[in-house]
Design a protein around this ligand. Structure first.
Ligand SMILES: CC(C)(COP(=O)(O)OP(=O)(O)OC[C@H]1O[C@@H](n2cnc3c(N)ncnc32)[C@H](O)[C@@H]1OP(=O)(O)O)[C@@H](O)C(=O)NCCC(=O)NCCS
Length: 154
């Protein structure tokens, strides 16, 4: 089925919120800063990129609707964001660079998904503030098994 990867609009807000909520996650910031994957006009997943430097991005969140998982939607959403983060980060500055990085903090349960998409483990110290310390005070640190990860764009 054809799908689109595009910035969310105000009309996607309720659907996006319910997808995030169903995974015990909240929509952070403006809906329109999120990128969504749509099929037949309906959003099935969303993600949010922050720009930390001209050549450094951080994937804050990515989620796919529960019953749509493991069918490749998450990878279809993530791949274009990794290949051209400037295009999928609202108000990104600078031209696409030859070499860049996209970091994230993965829940342990999502690590395979990120590995499948080309990210590798890195040290939390390799992340920019405040993401380098975001797990330090989390009461679920042990059971979550979070990991700092990075995608190296060439
Ligand atoms: C992580 C997530 C976005 C992946 O989306 P997806 O559409 O299932 O991704 P894909 O189909 O492209 O890849 C699926 C692979 O991801 C991995 N995976 C990680 N977490 C998974 C989960 N909860 N369910 C299914 N697969 C998961 C598996 O290796 C799976 O491969 P397999 O189907 O061959 O076993 C989705 O599972 C999700 O929304 N999870 C809940 C929110 C979350 O944890 N987000 C990440 C925050 S760090």
């Amino acid at each position: 089925m054809p799908y689109q990867i595009e910035f969310a609009t105000a009309a996607d807000e309720n659907r996006l919120r319910s997808i995030f909520l169903a995974s015990d996650m909240a929509v952070v910031g403006d809906t329109e800063d999120h990128v969504v994957i749509k099929e037949d006009g309906s959003a099935y997943g969303g993600a949010l990129l922050y720009q930390m430097d001209v050549d450094l991005f951080h994937l804050l969140t990515i989620v796919v609707q529960g019953d749509g998982r493991s069918h490749g939607l998450g990878s279809k959403l993530l791949q274009p964001m990794l290949q051209n983060p400037w295009r999928y980060c609202r108000d990104a500055v600078g031209d696409p660079q030859q070499s860049y990085r996209v970091t994230t903090v993965s829940r342990g349960s999502s690590r395979r998904f990120y590995q499948k998409n080309g990210l590798v483990d890195c040290a939390f110290d390799d992340l920019t503030e405040p993401f380098n310390r975001q797990c330090e005070v989390c009461p679920e640190l042990i059971e979550c098994g979070s990991a700092a990860m990075v995608y190296q764009g060439q």
